[in-house]
Design a protein around this ligand. Sequence first.
Ligand SMILES: [Zn+2]
Ligand SMILES: [Zn+2]
Length: 329
Amino acid sequence: MVQAKSGAKDRDSQAAVPSQDSLCPHVKFWGVRGSIPTPGPTTVKYGGNTSCVEVRADGEIIILDGGTGLRALGRHLVTEFNGKPLNLTLLLTHTHWDHIQGLPFFMPLYEPKNRLRILGYEGARHGLQSVLSSQMETPFFPIGFRQVPANVEIQELLDLTFDVGRVHVKACLANHPGVCVGYRLFTSGGSIAFFPDNEPHYGHSHAPPVFGAGETTMVELARNEDQKIMEFVRGCEVLIMDAQYEKEEYNSHRGWGHACLDDVVAFALEAEVEQLVLFHHDPEHDDARIAQMVTHARKLVAAKSSSLRVDAASEGAVISLNSRASQSR
Ligand SMILES: [Zn+2]
Ligand SMILES: [Zn+2]
């Protein structure tokens, strides 16, 4: 059954928390594509499912976004826990289709002893519960969201900081159409920042937008917004970030809410993060093209003599945070 909550509530201590304390905090990618799934032989290496990342840390299973990658994660969890109750938290960055479409196909929803807490911000006009329910209404799906047997709690967040068990979480508004946030999770092994959809207001690698006389304040406003996100992610161990377009492509996609690779690399260098993971791959980019983008990004990093590690997110890849110290909040 689905419940909407307006405020933070302690978790039911009776619910069985999967035992993950024996494992070091880690991140696993289940969906890395932007906009629409792209199955097929040319996307096998990086994967064709949309946004879904699993973080296991400090006894929690935290899922970042519920794109189509959520389906495979659900199947995996059911097999792994083999009948034990699941206690899961799903953090939504926003409710565009590529970030919620896996939810109706998430197998743990169909087992009454499982518990799923969904946290996110309201979005434009409609409440989070209404938006999530609408994709399961009769014309679109045979089972309504209210009919799923699992204990589902939808919590519309009011604050930009909260805790999921022992994992402290902060949120920050992204530059993307509608309401969209990025998250930073502070785990015992280091922090992970997740900005799957974001377009820097002010590209580092491009000529600045042309403003008319008296519009310098807009330029400053845009720079300030970028700076806020930079301070938000500064020094994190893993930054998973929208890098959808190559520089040439970006020129015809300005204002679409997605980033240019060169800008994201410059951003990550300036923010002094340890590892940048390119995310939200363009549906038109095949494996070869994404590999080229990684090579290009690494050249940009080498030109700055930086130790920043750059990879492209790929389905099934795991990043372990075992060797890192606990981060300050
Ligand atoms: Zn997206
Ligand atoms: Zn989006």
